[in-house]
Design a protein around this ligand. Structure first.
Ligand code: AMP
Length: 215
């Protein structure tokens, strides 16, 4: 059973790779960002709280995240394994989750760090668009939908996330550096970390990941 964490700066392609990994290894893709966006869309109390932070590019407080993920991975659809995309984001979350797994006689299989330099990421992120309905990712320059603003797959609206604007993106980088990048050290020490070069073409990145996870 694969229990994998995907790490990497904002815009490194975690979402794109996660979809492919989940399909190939038949494990559940859990994106905390998607869970929060769904809650915002549905107007739940969690969504209302999370939105305050997300729109500014800040992290949602740890106490709103840990239980959410720990409850989620206990569900039956995670029995074959799961891929965490966007969690943990802080050392507190990582320690909390490790402790939770240990209490269940379990541990992570691997932490994949998708490495990409910041100067490549900024243009990638500002051009990023996503389908509001099915979540398919697009890019205004490198991967536009056939018809502007309309999803190729489901016909849903293709839009720019509020947290992909330049100011918010700069904030998210800072937050990543200060709060999330210490996880690289944390998982190196625990021997779980494997790095892949995320500057390459998405197919090559995926091939590198498959080599690490095994065919
Ligand atoms: P993402 O889609 O993973 O880039 O997440 C979008 C936003 O959701 C982040 O900028 C945070 O505000 C929030 N978020 C997602 N996952 C977490 C997490 N594990 N801890 C705190 N905030 C999170």
């Amino acid at each position: 059973m694969n229990k994998v964490v995907l790490l990497g700066p904002p815009g490194a392609g975690k979402g794109t790779q996660a979809t492919r990994i989940a399909a190939k290894y038949n494990i559940l893709h859990i994106s905390t960002g998607d869970i929060f966006r769904k809650n915002i869309k549905e107007g739940t109390p969690l969504g209302t709280k999370a939105k305050e932070y997300m729109d500014k590019g800040l992290l949602v407080p740890d106490e709103l995240v840990c239980d959410l993920v720990e409850d989620r991975v206990m569900k039956e659809d995670c029995a074959n394994g799961y891929l965490l995309d966007g969690f943990p984001r802080t050392v507190f979350q990582a320690e909390h989750f490790d402790k939770f797994l240990k209490e269940h006689g379990d541990e992570l299989t691997m932490v994949l760090d998708i490495e990409v330099a910041e100067d490549i990421l900024l243009p990638r992120m500002i051009g990023r668009r996503v389908c509001r309905n099915c979540g398919k990712p697009y890019h205004v320059i490198t991967m536009p939908p056939a018809k502007e603003g309309v999803c190729d797959v489901c016909g849903g609206e293709v839009y720019q996330r509020a947290d992909d604007t330049e100011e918010t993106v700069m904030n998210r980088f800072k937050v990543y550096k200060d709060q999330t990048s210490p996880l690289i050290e944390y998982y190196t020490v625990s021997g779980k970390l494997k790095a892949v070069d995320g500057a390459k073409d998405p197919d090559d990145v995926f091939a590198g990941i498959c080599e690490l996870l095994g065919e």
